[in-house]
Each structure stands twice: as C-alpha cells, then as structure tokens.
Design a protein around this ligand. Structure first.
Ligand SMILES: Cc1cc2nc3c(=O)[nH]c(=O)nc-3n(C[C@H](O)[C@H](O)[C@H](O)COP(=O)(O)OP(=O)(O)OC[C@H]3O[C@@H](n4cnc5c(N)ncnc54)[C@H](O)[C@@H]3O)c2cc1C
Length: 282
C-alpha cells in the first residue's frame, strides 16, 4: 500500500504565487502621500547600502489576452546591507500605475522583487574624506535610511550631515523618527557605537508649512545659512564628500553648488567627491 503524503495546507497557502515573490512583514503609513514597508529578503540577495532594486506587483490583465505582466519600478533599499529584511519608503501617486495599488499592501501580501541591486549612492564611489553630506528631498531620503544604519558610514567619516527637505512637517516624520530611534536603539548602539551615532547632524527643512527651518536646501547652502547653523566654514574637496538624492531640479542645482565648491562627480568605476541619484523620473 502506498503511503499518502499529508498535504500541509499552511505551507501550500504560503507557496509564492508571483515570480521573485517576497512577503510583506510590516506596513506603516506616514501621511496620505507616504508609506514604508518591510518584506522578506531573498537568501541570495547581496547589496551595498544605498543601492536600489526593481520591485512591483502584477499588472492588470490584458483586455484581450487576459495575460498579466509584472509592473516594476526602481526603489532604493531603505534598510542597511546587514538587515535580515528589506525596507522601502514609498510615495503614493494616486493615479500612478504601481503606487495606486502598492499603497494598499498588507502584512502577508506578496510583492515582486528582482534581486539585481545597482546604484551610485555607495561608499565605493567616493574618495576618502572627513565629512559626508547626505542631501535629500521627499522619498530621496530612502538610500540614506540605509546608509545611516551602515557601520561603514561612521568608519569612513568623522561627521555625518543629513539634510531632508519636504513641503510639510509631517513628511519629515519618517526621517526624524528613524534618526531618533537610531540614536536610542540598543542594537544600533552595539553595532555602530554611541560615539559614532553622535556624529549624525540632522538638518530638516520645509518649503511650505511653517517649521523651525524653512527653505530649499539649495537656497540655504547658497546664502550660507546651513554653514552658519552647523558652525561649519564651508564645503571643500579636501574634507567633504556628498551624496544627493532628490528631484531632477534638486540634483541639478546641488551638482552646480558642489562643483562651485570644487567637488567633482564620482562613479563606481571612478570614485571622486560627490555622487547623485534621481529619487524618481519625471
Ligand atoms: C533610481 C530610482 C530610485 C527610486 N527610489 C524610490 C523610492 O525609494 N521610493 C519611491 O517612492 N520612489 C522611488 N523611485 C520612483 C519609483 O520608481 C516610481 O516612480 C514610484 O514608485 C511611482 O510609481 P507609479 O507607477 O505609481 O508612478 P510613475 O508613473 O512611476 O510616476 C508618476 C509620476 O509621479 C511622480 N513621482 C514618482 N515617484 C515619485 C517620488 N518618489 N516622489 C515624488 N514624486 C514621484 C513623478 O512626477 C512621475 O512622473 C525611484 C526612481 C528611481 C529612478
């Protein structure tokens, strides 16, 4: 008599249904335009803190054939390379093909994740320096959420300045809380060291809603306000390195400002003084 293999319904129910499927483990909504979520990490995925991957969901069925194709978009990995899960920080575009759906994901749902990380916001693309600047707007904070939790950031630099500019105060909550938690979390104290975490200088600004520091970071750099506020002489190619992640406008303007200070743009294959990545296309 052949023995019957019992069907494990729990396992069967969990079998992945999407190509390159990963399971959502946490979702946090920050505002009606912003949310973050965590997913399981493929065992084979290796990446450098600051890189991005393609993630998404299955698209709507084709009206004639009924076939569904993956709908993928570039996303910075917001968690550090050592984390056993992956975190993402996302916009909600109400008519956006992906995020109109992605904003409704719940714990236990699946997303598609193509495990091919790439990107320029990595330590390898910069020459050694003393001070690192992370310039971000909106969801452009995501790669820095990874790099701020990366021990190498503190091994490489004496000072870590993170600027985050959004329209409203509520849009700064993800970065504010992440940095606050980072500085009070016991695991992070152990992994990175309290003295290293004290190197972080957080510089949040808003452009629309009233807050302690108002204005575009580009304006505040050009008129010297940032330097005055932080008690720094300025930016120099001898000591300063920068990573930039924001809208096309921010990236172009900061590039010009960095070049004005004598910094040159680097790449993975040609490390220099600063690197830039788009937070989105459009
Ligand atoms: C290298 C790279 C990394 C990226 N990392 C992230 C990330 O970590 N988090 C994230 O939310 N998005 C990120 N994006 C943008 C992302 O790829 C999608 O554009 C976004 O998820 C919206 O997808 P969608 O299909 O809903 O709308 P899309 O059709 O892709 O976009 C519609 C319009 O919405 C606006 N838009 C898109 N993304 C944003 C954004 N992030 N902030 C403000 N306006 C936006 C643009 O005007 C765009 O034309 C990244 C893009 C690139 C190129």
């Amino acid at each position: 008599m052949t023995e019957q293999t019992p069907v494990n319904t729990a396992t069967a129910a969990k079998a992945p249904t999407l190509p390159d499927a990963q399971t959502v483990t946490a979702v946090t909504h920050w505002t009606d335009r912003l949310f973050s979520f965590r997913v399981t990490r493929p065992a084979s995925l290796r990446f450098r803190s600051g890189e991005f991957v393609m993630i998404g969901l299955m698209g709507d069925p084709h009206p004639e054939t009924g076939k569904q194709k993956p709908l993928l978009r570039a996303y910075s990995i917001a968690s550090p390379a050592w984390d056993e899960e992956l975190e993402f920080y996302s916009i909600k575009v109400q008519d956006g093909p992906l995020t109109s759906k992605l904003q409704h994901i719940k714990v236990g749902d699946e997303i598609i994740l193509r495990p091919k990380p790439v990107g320029t916001l990595v330590h390898d693309a910069l020459l050694p320096g003393k001070r690192i600047w992370f310039f971000s707007t909106g969801t452009g904070f995501a790669p820095f959420a990874s790099l701020l939790r990366e021990p190498q950031t503190y091994e490489d630099y004496d000072e870590v300045i993170i600027t985050h500019t959004c329209r409203d105060v509520a849009e700064l909550e993800y970065s504010r809380k992440l940095i606050e938690d980072l500085q009070s979390d016991e695991l992070m104290q152990e992994l990175i060291g309290a003295e290293n975490l004290a190197k972080i200088r957080y510089y949040p600004t808003t452009t629309r809603e009233q807050s302690p520091k108002m204005g575009r970071i580009t304006t505040l750099l050009k008129d010297g306000t940032v330097f005055k506020d932080l008690g720094i002489d300025g930016i120099s190619a001898d000591t300063d390195r920068a990573m930039v992640c924001g809208s096309m406008g921010l990236n172009t303007d900061i590039k010009e400002i960095m070049e004005g200070f004598g910094l040159e743009e680097g790449a993975n294959s040609d490390p220099k003084h600063y690197v830039v990545e788009k937070a989105f296309v459009g």
